[in-house]
Design a protein around this ligand. Structure first.
Ligand code: SF4
Length: 426
């Protein structure tokens, strides 16, 4: 065994994760919101059954293609892979009946060994659920629910083109608790057209008053090709000033902290013990399987370098179903990570998390260590307040998290040239 291979082999053993994460995409929505770039369809009711059958067929094809080496997860004694999290997202999964969602979860359970404390999440939209829905989902083993509130203000909801009102959101939250869900995530958005700091503060105050276990607070982004991006290019979409958006982020952090929600990732806040385990697998480089149209997946030991392979699926439901029926995985594209790409990704994802990036993990994961130049540069960044450095961990500060994309871009760009990527550490 040569030295390079020994390093990777040892690193693989040390970084074996306990279980896989599974995302299943349900691409049906009541309306297409003008800021949304997800793969969703509003007029495909006739393909739903075909699509759901294809989801299960893709699951079988994907499982048959997996190895322990590329997943870095060991199969159980019965040959099945352990599964730590399941996430039914979309789209609007709650447009499907609870029997249908339960059937999908049964299909998952019979193909994987769900770990005892598996996190099973379903995304829902206000106006598509009631207490019976949530009680039925609880009965099917769902233990975490996300409600896409976005705002409690009907004016903002209309601007966002949402199909629900603020009172629908309040009713959904009450129904969720009544239905027995004890791990509730509320999604809200800020930086909306016409939104003021005062109206964002009102949304935040109402959100924490509902005592959710988890809050996801997203800054509106203009995704290329969406109607919002087109309007912005024409100059007909007026967003809050950058300084106001920075104040909105500060308000999000202080309101959440006062409510006992810990800021653990740029956009995510949770009570202790309620951070999303599913999303953590995206940020820590663990294996996740994405099933369904437009879904992405990642295998940390995949690719010819053994440093990761990601794939993304075709977007049209008819083509997706046809491909799977033909016995082929419906991948539209794939990327095999080399050492540099894997390292950049680890830096980017590590810095997104408020716990920061463990520099000591770089030799183990990538066979590299920081050069003295990189070390000096990090000191300089710390002096400028862009990062906080504690021993071997670097993280964004309270201020730099507000300009996270800029700060991470700077750090990643500079570290990339200064990490000493030729150094193999045994
Ligand atoms: S409901 Fe969600 S997934 Fe569906 S179009 Fe709107 S933003 Fe996109």
């Amino acid at each position: 065994m040569d030295r390079d291979y020994t390093v990777l082999f040892r690193s693989t053993l040390r970084s074996m994760s306990r279980s896989l994460a599974l995302y299943m995409h349900i691409p049906f929505c009541r309306v297409k919101c003008p800021y949304c770039s997800f793969v969703v369809y509003t007029r495909r009711a006739h393909v739903r059954e075909d699509y759901l059958n294809a989801l299960v067929a893709e699951l079988d094809l994907r499982i048959a293609s997996l190895t322990e080496e590329e997943t870095r997860v060991a199969r159980g004694p019965d040959g099945r892979f352990p599964l730590g999290t399941v996430y039914l997202g979309g789209g609007t999964p709650s447009l499907l009946s609870t029997e249908t969602l339960g059937g999908l979860l049964d299909a998952v359970r019979s193909r994987f060994a769900l770990v005892n404390d598996a996190e099973v999440t379903v995304e829902t939209e206000p106006g598509t659920t009631d207490a019976e829905t949530f009680a039925a989902l609880t009965g099917h083993g769902v233990n975490r629910v996300t409600i896409g509130v976005q705002s409690f203000d009907d004016v903002h909801l209309a601007t966002l083109g949402r199909a629900h009102s603020g009172s629908d959101a309040r009713a959904a939250i009450a129904a969720c608790r009544e239905g027995g869900i004890t791990n509730l995530d509320l999604d809200l958005m800020f930086g909306l057209p016409g939104q003021t700091l005062a109206s964002w503060r009102a949304d935040l105050a109402e959100a924490v008053a509902h005592a959710p276990e988890h809050l996801s607070l997203y800054n509106l982004t203009l995704e290329p090709g969406t109607p919002f991006a087109q309007r912005a290019a024409r100059g007909t979409l007026s967003l809050p000033e950058e300084e106001t958006q920075a104040k909105m982020m500060r308000a999000a952090m202080s309101t959440s902290a006062k409510a006992g929600l810990v800021h653990y990732e740029i956009s995510n806040f949770a009570r202790p013990g309620f951070a999303s385990r599913h999303n953590r697998s995206y940020w820590t480089g663990d294996a996740y399987l994405g099933i369904g149209v437009g879904a992405h997946g990642f295998l940390p030991g995949g690719g010819k370098h053994g440093l990761g392979r990601r794939w993304w699926n075709v977007r049209a439901p008819e083509r997706y179903a046809d491909t799977v029926r033909g016995g082929q995985l419906p991948e539209e594209g794939a990327e095999e990570l080399g050492r540099e790409a894997a390292l950049l990704e680890a830096l980017y994802l590590g810095l997104r998390q408020r716990s920061g990036l463990d520099l000591a993990s770089l030799p183990r994961r990538f066979g590299i260590r920081l050069t003295p130049e990189a070390d000096a540069m990090l000191e300089d960044f710390a002096l400028r307040g862009l990062i906080a450095r504690e021993a071997q961990t670097i993280k964004l500060t309270q201020e730099s998290v507000i300009i996270a994309d800029y700060a991470i871009g700077e750090l990643v760009g500079l570290l990339d040239t200064a990490v000493g990527s030729d150094t193999v550490v045994s």
